[in-house]
Design a binder for this molecule. Structure first.
Ligand code: SF4
Length: 181
């Protein structure tokens, strides 16, 4: 993982290397049973180099606590490792350039479950550009031998009143799957 992180720090594969303050490779134990994957770093993440520490991160922490998941036991990262200006959705081209870092991280951690937050993360992880998040609710997908659960991004609870319950349900499903033998 150290060499992957170093490669991310040096990365100039896409134009975001010119506008980022800090890369946000991800954090958590390398033996995590669950990886949580968001769309990309936000403003606070870009300042600190840490994932999910802004407002979205605080909401996520609250949901994790509600379902009895300990953030310290999870690996948290994003599809892309540098902030998009104005938090725009990353283009297909940028995701394609960056996703090899995430693929390598998943290989190192080899989790039982991946949870994607938000549609761009679901599309990238399931490699399907036509997905709609509403079609993914309460479903368990496979990526090789890893189970994949897709839900809303925690920030979406501001405009989608159903998102909170969906996120909680998804986290509970993921927790159950991660404890299966
Ligand atoms: S977003 Fe990814 S591909 Fe682009 S510069 Fe950052 S690490 Fe490299």
């Amino acid at each position: 993982m150290e060499s992957i992180v170093e490669e991310i720090r040096q990365c100039t594969r896409c134009p975001l290397c010119a506008t980022r303050n800090k890369v946000v490779p991800g954090e958590g134990p390398l033996n995590a049973k669950i990886i949580i994957i968001g769309e990309g770093p936000g403003e606070e993440n870009d300042k600190t180099g840490r994932p999910f520490v802004g407002r979205g991160g605080q909401i996520l922490d609250r949901f994790l606590m509600q379902v009895g998941l300990n953030r310290e036991e999870l690996y948290l990262t994003n599809i892309i490792k540098c902030r998009m200006p104005h938090n725009a959705t990353p283009s297909k081209n940028i995701v394609e350039k960056c996703i090899t870092f995430l693929d390598a991280q998943i290989k190192v951690i080899s989790p039982k479950v991946i949870i994607t937050l938000g549609l761009p993360a679901a599309k990238a992880i399931l490699d399907n550009a036509t997905l709609k998040l509403s079609d993914l609710k309460n479903r368990v997908f496979q990526r090789g031998n890893i189970k994949v659960i897709c839900t809303y991004h925690p920030s979406s609870i501001r405009y989608n009143k159903n998102a909170s319950q969906d996120i909680i349900n998804s986290l509970m499903i993921a927790k159950g799957l991660s404890n299966e033998e």
